[in-house]
Design a protein around this ligand. Structure first.
Ligand code: PA5
Length: 408
């Protein structure tokens, strides 16, 4: 299970008035009375029939295809991307290669991805809760044509899988009209909280990872991070500490990771916290660093720049293969990473950047499920303490509205 170390975060010793607010907020999240909180009980209440279908489809895709083209943006993209990166070996995948498109509007990227996929055997998973987001719609338009050209209408029907709303939206209408297989983005779970639904599970399973273990990890985390007791619930404590720093003028949180395959996990965190918390002219700006590389660049700012930050390290204790790599007689390389971490934490802490550690032992499906749930819960509580609705995104909707207007 996740270990959270608050020793280098002074404020944790005095959780003060926010403790009661946090408890009340957690109770509210658990009550089911707030909209879009389906993710709270999702690890125990998810649709088992759909889950079995996801596993079946993944087996088929792994058997039939070399590539899965996953089309989506924001919450319909980052969770799966983060998970596959976190779980994959650096060179080589267990299942099919998962390629992500529709997460931007670079014409060059789209064209080169179409060219790359053209000669390969592929399936498509198009993911959009609303069904009408521009970026995935553009990519899907092109990949659908490629798929039909290569496999014919019937072949494409088998190879295109849509994950969207159960009843409404352009994508749902198209999927029904064309006869695509569909999976559902639950009504009561928003984009950035949806990684443990079909949104994330389909690509993760196709990439060859064990989604049963992922859900078990989330379930175990749920049993702890729903406890209304700050001494037992580190997700709640973390939410309180973040707000205490924010109130003390530290309005940037730096998520620091120590393994190259954690960078997209940090991107997922940035979306989760940025989109959930930063509204109404409030919020903690989520940033990320990848250690030790960034110590040689952004380390300057962390040590010596404006003192308006705190830092959360997300760490893997055993970040090594079974064949260990030694530097000399004394040290494994992972020990050096650990020493670098200690040195950095000490330096940042003495430089008035409080440090929180969130640590798991191994990088696997179970710990990933735990981490997803831990951060979702702490983000929900933290945003409520801050006095904002964690589950809407008026700023994002504004951009979507403007782009629709301009396209007219
Ligand atoms: O968290 C969110 O709600 C957003 O980031 C959405 O996931 C993103 O805008 C994509 O939306 P959709 O899945 O409707 O295409």
């Amino acid at each position: 299970m996740i270990k959270v170390n608050f020793e280098r975060a002074e404020e944790f010793k005095n959780l003060g008035s926010l403790k009661d607010a946090a408890k009340a907020n957690l109770k509210e999240l658990l009550s089911g009375k707030i909209d879009m909180t389906g993710w709270v009980d999702h690890p125990i209440k998810y649709d088992k029939e759909e889950f079995a279908r996801i596993k079946e489809v993944a087996e088929e895709v792994k058997k039939e295809a070399e590539v899965l083209v996953s089309i989506g943006i924001g919450g319909s993209y980052l969770g799966a991307k983060a998970a596959i990166e976190y779980l994959s070996d650096y060179y080589g995948n267990k299942g099919v290669e998962v390629i992500f498109v529709g997460n931007g509007l670079s014409e060059k990227y789209l064209k080169e991805t179409l060219d790359y996929v053209e000669g390969k055997n592929f399936y498509i998973n198009v993911i959009s809760k609303s069904g009408g987001t521009l970026e995935p719609a553009v990519a899907f338009d092109k990949f659908k044509v490629l798929c039909e050209k290569k496999y014919g209408k019937d072949g494409a029907k088998k190879r295109i899988i849509a994950t969207t709303d159960k009843a409404k939206g352009i994508l749902k209408e198209e999927a029904d009209r064309e006869g695509y297989r569909t999976f559902v983005v639950p009504d009561d779970i928003g984009g950035r909280y949806s990684v443990l639904s079909a949104v994330g599970l389909v690509p993760i399973a196709c990439a060859g990872f064990d989604i049963d273990k992922l859900m078990k990890g989330a379930e175990a985390a749920r049993s702890i991070y729903t406890l209304v007791d700050e001494n037992k619930n580190d997700a709640m404590k973390y939410a309180i500490v973040r707000n205490l720093y924010y109130n003390a003028g530290k309005d940037i949180e730096v998520f620091s990771t120590l393994s190259p395959n954690m960078q997209y996990f940090a991107e997922w965190l940035k979306q989760l916290f940025g989109e959930s918390e930063c509204k109404g002219n409030k919020g903690i700006f989520p940033a990320s660093l990848n250690m030790t590389a960034d110590l040689h660049s952004m380390g300057q700012l962390m040590q010596d720049g404006k003192r308006n930050m705190f830092e959360t390290f997300i760490m893997i204790e055993n970040d090594y293969d079974k064949d260990r790599v030694k530097y000399n007689d004394k040290f494994f390389v992972n020990d050096l990473n650990d020493i670098a971490l200690r040195a950095t934490e000490k330096a940042h802490y003495t430089g008035n950047v409080p440090v929180i550690e969130v640590k798991v032992e191994e990088q696997n499906e179970t710990t990933l499920g735990e981490l997803f749930y831990f951060f979702e819960m702490s983000c929900g509580i933290s945003a409520l303490i801050l006095g904002v609705n964690p589950f809407n995104q008026p700023g994002v909707e504004e951009y979507k509205k403007n782009i629709k207007e301009l396209l007219k």
